[in-house]
Write a protein that binds this ligand. Structure first.
Ligand SMILES: Nc1ncnc2c1ncn2[C@@H]1O[C@H](COP(=O)(O)OP(=O)(O)OP(=O)(O)O)[C@@H](O)[C@H]1O
Length: 356
């Protein structure tokens, strides 16, 4: 969800344009959101920082007329699953002594000593590339979700290896702002992948699914989070096909663009990466999956989730309980059931937002 400052900036802009001092300049503005989902990300922020960044804590909140959407349209064919997700999102599932909830056994990957859990999850989510060869766009209906980027990169790497076809690699051009530092830092820059940026080495295959990381051209459907299929690899652009939404099936061109880290203070040197703003999307972070609907979802939790709403967002991407499987790492207390995992819910924020 957007930070409150973004919506406050819109308020001031509309007041300026309308030359009055009425909320949103007196214009009708429709906002939509679910406070059970992940809150605005504040790097190294505390619980209070994240809650304070929410629209609920803005001067705007009290002036809004609120309407509640009560039916889960995505999971409407599975009302029991829909009720369960809501219990998780509201933080009403019973917790054990280390603050974990017990997931229904039907959602958990069956124990199998022969096949490693990630491989089992891959087999559940992507049972056959042959089926996808007939309809490559269907590949983007499924994904493995996990909390951290490192696991996302590892899973995507494994999946690109398994995917049929010839691998095509694009290397980025990483440039320090101060040219005298280029030689000193180039290896380091090629090694790091700042949050929200593509990696230095992009390994892709024809028909493999990708996710756009920037708003390139919203009117053409090319927004941050759009899923596409790679069709052709040229030296300076990738020909792709939009996989979801109103422009599904449209052919588009993705150029290399200059990208800079959102958190430059965390790097010893300022730099620009010239790369295609995409990453493979067999796997994605739970935060990035917000807004997506998945026909089949695998949730890979070798480590527990770490932020408000992540478990709710992950579970609520699927349309029925039969199309979702979870791999859980060890519970914090190994004596407890292996079906237990952390669920973080800031109930005080949900109460302020009148969600409970
Ligand atoms: N009125 C409706 N009738 C039938 N299906 C609907 C309706 N509204 C939404 N859906 C379906 O429900 C799913 C979720 O819709 P949408 O992405 O608009 O919701 P959302 O609130 O943005 O979800 P989230 O925030 O959880 O990602 C989509 O698959 C959409 O097709």
């Amino acid at each position: 969800m957007a930070k409150k400052e973004t919506i406050e900036a819109l308020d001031w802009l509309l007041r300026d344009l309308a030359e009055n001092d009425i909320l949103f300049g007196g214009k009708v503005v429709v906002l939509g959101g679910d406070f059970r989902q992940v809150l605005p990300v504040i790097p190294k922020g505390t619980k209070i920082d994240c809650m304070n960044a929410s629209l609920v804590r803005s001067y705007i909140w009290q002036s809004l007329i609120k309407f509640k959407l009560k039916e889960n349209m995505r999971a409407k064919t599975d009302p029991a699953f829909s009720r369960y997700i809501l219990q998780v999102g509201n933080g009403l599932e019973e917790e054990n002594e280390v603050g974990e909830i017990k997931l229904p056994s039907s959602l958990i990957l069956e124990p199998n000593t022969q096949v490693p859990p990630l491989e089992q999850l891959i087999q559940f989510v992507f049972p056959s590339f042959d089926l996808h060869r007939l309809d490559p766009l269907s590949l983007t209906d499924s994904a493995i979700l996990t909390p951290k980027n490192q696991a996302v990169d590892e899973i995507n790497e494994v999946m690109i290896g398994k995917f049929p076809g010839k691998e095509h690699t694009y290397l980025s051009f990483d440039e320090t702002s101060d040219p005298t530092q280029q030689g000193l830092y180039i290896d380091f820059l090629n090694f790091v992948t700042p949050q929200g940026m593509p990696s230095h080495r992009l390994n892709l295959k024809k028909n493999s699914p990708i996710l756009l990381l920037r708003n390139i051209n919203p009117s053409q459907g090319l927004c941050n989070g759009t899923r596409l299929i790679c069709k052709e690899f040229r030296s300076h652009l990738i020909v792709a096909q939009i996989a979801v939404g109103e422009r599904k099936g449209a052919t588009v061109f993705i150029p290399r663009i200059p990208l800079q880290p959102n958190d430059p203070q965390h790097y010893p040197v300022q730099f620009t990466r010239r790369q295609f703003p995409i990453r493979a999307c067999f796997a994605m972070t739970i935060n990035k999956s917000q807004g997506q609907t998945l026909a089949t979802a695998g949730i890979y939790l070798p480590e527990a989730i770490f932020a408000h709403g992540q478990l709710y967002v992950a579970l609520s991407r699927a349309t029925t309980a039969t199309k979702i499987r979870v791999h859980l790492g060890q519970s914090e207390n190994p004596m407890l059931s292996s079906y237990c995992t952390k669920n973080i819910v800031y109930k005080e924020l949900l109460e302020e937002a009148n969600c409970l």
